[in-house]
Design a protein around this ligand. Structure first.
Ligand SMILES: Nc1ncnc2c1ncn2[C@@H]1O[C@H](COP(=O)(O)OP(=O)(O)OP(=O)(O)O)[C@@H](O)[C@H]1O
Ligand SMILES: [Mg+2]
Length: 378
């Protein structure tokens, strides 16, 4: 299998920079997910790796070989798109074997390979059917089988599950993950669905406006978002972000706003500083009115089945709380909330970058250089 290196990859369309100076190494056997909102440049980036679109700047390397200018058909990569693009008049077996006929394999060789790949994807019973006699999920598996049959160096997939209903999506997701584990294949997978990203990826690349915002394991990007963009993109509902100020209280630090007062659980000597306070809906807990915390009013309560989400207002900002049903809250109720210091995230309100807070020894005579923005992760 293969390693892919992107070096300063850039694509402009007229005045629009769709992909902006992306540097990225995809390791052998990695399942790398490109995640971001519509229009952030995911497909453009994948199409440049595939060789379907020429970069304006930068290079693509496959196992150290520069393939930037190699035509798509000469790259050792298989591409699976959202639309299955199967040949309607050919049987499943002939659809799967198509790339091999194009390479002039013998009939026997093709038959053996098709049977092998059909078995891997649980399609053996269906090889005689035409695509119109298959369900959406089965068609997508045939498209995967056709990619697999070539034994490519790596798979490139652009939203391959977005045409499937929720149940099929979930089973095909598990199928692709299982396939990845069994084959140890290198996969670059585009989606705007965070559940797909969190469940399938070995690493997630978050893109915003063509730029790389953060790269990390699903746990890293969820638990330690490097920016308000990442914090506000991941999670359902995403992380709450509130305007606040970090203030010293004795030698401890607290984060405060008109209806908010929470200890940060660290000692430091620093002047007051405006921040964006991040806290996930599932990390908020109900507390008593006399305790320090967040004061708000419930606007609506959504029933998600096993859980509920309470949409609240705090001052003139919105805040969501998520927990096991029933939360015991109703529209119009006052709420008093708290969160553990380790679940509070602080961001610079100007740049949106995460702030790294560290305790400063009390004997220090130097003005503390902290808080400071965390170094960029890439
Ligand atoms: N051929 C093109 N000509 C001009 N602009 C383009 C072209 N292809 C893409 N763009 C622009 O580049 C940006 C990135 O598009 P891209 O298709 O890569 O986004 P995406 O992240 O895949 O979005 P989606 O999730 O909606 O598929 C968008 O602003 C888009 O309008
Ligand atoms: Mg796209």
């Amino acid at each position: 299998m293969s390693r892919i290196h992107l070096q300063g990859l850039t694509r402009r369309f007229g005045g629009v920079t769709a992909v902006d100076d992306i540097w990225l190494d995809v390791a052998d056997g990695e399942f790398l997910v490109l995640l971001g909102p519509s229009g952030c440049g995911k497909s453009t980036l994948l199409r440049m790796i595939a060789g379907l679109l020429a970069p304006t700047d930068g290079r693509v390397l496959l196992d150290e070989a520069d393939i930037t200018h190699l035509p798509a058909r000469e790259r050792d990569l298989a591409i699976v798109f959202q639309s299955y693009a199967l040949y309607p008049h050919l049987s499943v077996a002939r659809n799967i074997g198509f790339p091999l006929r194009a390479r002039r394999w013998s009939r026997d060789e093709i038959q053996a390979k098709v049977a092998e790949v059909a078995a891997v994807l649980d399609l053996s019973e269906l090889v005689a059917r035409k695509p119109k006699e298959l369900s959406g999920g089965q068609r997508q598996r045939v498209a995967l089988a056709r990619a697999l049959v070539r034994d490519p160096g790596a798979f490139l997939m652009d939203e391959p599950l977005s045409n499937l209903d929720a149940k099929l999506r979930s089973s095909t997701r598990a199928e692709i993950s299982g396939l990845h584990r069994r084959l140890g294949a290198t996969v670059v997978y585009v989606t705007h669905d965070q559940v797909e990203a969190m469940t399938m990826a070995t690493r997630i690349v978050l893109l915003d406006k063509g730029r790389l915002e953060q790269v990390g394991t699903p746990e890293e990007v969820y638990d330690r978002p490097e920016s308000t963009f990442v914090a506000g993109f991941l999670g359902s509902p995403p992380m709450n972000l509130l305007t606040a100020e970090v203030v010293p209280d004795g030698d401890a630090l607290r984060v405060r706003a008109a209806d908010l007062d929470l200890p940060l659980g660290i000692t430091a000597d620093t002047p007051p500083r405006p921040v964006a306070l991040g806290v996930r809906p599932e990390h908020l807990r109900l507390t008593t009115p006399d305790a320090a915390g967040i004061r708000g009013v419930v606007r609506t309560v959504e029933n998600l089945g096993s859980e509920e989400v309470a949409h609240c207002v705090v001052g003139d900002e919105r805040l969501c709380l998520r927990g096991a049903r029933p939360l015991g809250l109703h529209a119009g109720d006052p709420v008093h909330l708290t969160a553990a210091p380790e679940n509070l995230h602080l961001f610079d309100p100007g740049s949106g970058r995460r702030l790294a807070w560290q305790p400063v020894p009390s004997f220090s005579h130097h003005p503390p250089p902290l808080p400071h923005p965390a170094p960029s992760p890439i």
